[in-house]
Design a protein around this ligand. Structure first.
Ligand code: UDP
Ligand code: MG
Length: 317
């Protein structure tokens, strides 16, 4: 008995990717066509680009790709909402039309050949397949160490993520719909997807350098992303601060005893150094503590407003 092949959408968010799209759209289409020929996915499968409010020619390129081959489709967000929102906006738009979605960066740094194994896993009943990077040789030393430090730090902070997995993954449309039930506006997909559950697996691949154009993730954006990831997923920083408060309290009691004893024994005049040091030390501790608490209040503020995460301006299909 032959089972009908399922429909795959390869979904790539694009922000000012006019330079790279002409190259990578071909890579994605070739992969899609070869999977169709092998009978692994249905004829209705598509390559979908999500234009995240690009300021360059990106949307025009998507439109002309669509003219050229209807296997290319496009979703246009009403403005730039960032990588994570673009992914979610795109997935929510196409979820009804397909059985599985592979999300991949538009620069094709992730190896499209890993999609074969992802689809195989899906066809044997897995609903989420995480693409995991085998090595980071193509990254600069700086990007490699900061990125790996990020994953380790996330684990220490109690955020469950898949090590060395970014946003290259396959999700069944059922898993995508489950993901859409998470109503948070502070999106950190690689922390949210594991919370969905269902049967999952991993596929390892090597990551290539960007084909053209520049990285849209400079250090500042990377740090914001890491910080957002932690504060959206874990209240451990607050606990650390409470613990730190406890420890400094014990220390200051010990110090008080020492100070009292030396006062009575040596009749010392209280020193300038210790006074100034403690003002600075506790001053900075308090500032940090207030800042961290404020960060969470900020998050609550954004969540209570419950603003829409994206608007779809066009769906070209
Ligand atoms: N991206 C996006 N919106 C943004 C920034 C980036 O949709 O505001 C997309 C970008 O077009 C690319 C992906 O997110 O497809 C990853 O970005 P990039 O390749 O620049 O990041 P890097 O690989 O350097 O971490
Ligand atoms: Mg990239």
């Amino acid at each position: 008995m032959n089972v009908e092949p399922k429909t795959l959408y390869i979904l790539a968010p694009c922000y000012n990717e006019a330079e790279v799209l002409p190259l990578t759209s071909k890579i994605f289409l070739d992969k899609l066509n070869s999977l169709i020929t092998e009978g692994k996915i249905s004829e209705n499968s598509r390559v979908a680009f999500v234009d995240d409010g690009s300021k360059d020619e990106t949307w025009n390129i998507i439109e002309s790709l669509h003219e050229l081959d209807p296997k290319f489709i496009g979703v246009k967000l009403s403005r730039n909402r960032g990588h994570q929102n673009a992914l979610l906006g795109g997935m929510s738009t196409v979820a009804e039309d397909c059985d599985m979605i592979v999300t991949i960066d538009a620069d094709a740094q992730d190896d499209v050949n890993a999609i074969d194994k992802m689809v195989d896993d899906f066809n044997s009943g897995t609903e989420i397949v995480y693409g995991v990077r085998a090595s980071r040789e193509t990254d600069t030393f700086f990007k490699r160490t900061t990125a790996q430090g990020f994953y380790k730090f996330m684990t220490i902070m109690g955020v469950e993520t898949v090590y060395n997995h970014a946003d290259f993954r396959l999700m069944s449309s059922r898993a995508v719909k489950a993901l859409l039930d998470f109503k948070e506006v502070n999106l950190f997909l690689r922390g949210m997807v594991p919370l969905v559950g269902f049967k999952s697996s991993t596929v390892t691949y090597d990551r290539a350098p960007r084909l053209a154009g520049e990285s849209k993730y400079p250090l500042k954006k990377m740090l914001t992303f890491a910080f957002d990831g932690i504060t959206s997923f874990s209240i451990r920083p607050i606990r650390f601060i409470t613990a730190l408060g406890g420890i400094t309290l014990i220390l200051s009691v010990l110090f008080a005893i020492y100070a009292l004893i030396s006062y009575f024994v040596h009749n010392t005049v209280p020193g300038w150094t210790s006074t100034v040091l403690s003002i600075w030390f506790f001053g900075s501790l308090q500032l940090i503590a207030t800042g961290v608490v404020g960060e969470y209040i900020g998050k609550i503020y954004l969540e209570t407003k419950g603003r829409p995460r994206f608007f779809i301006e066009k769906y070209l299909k």
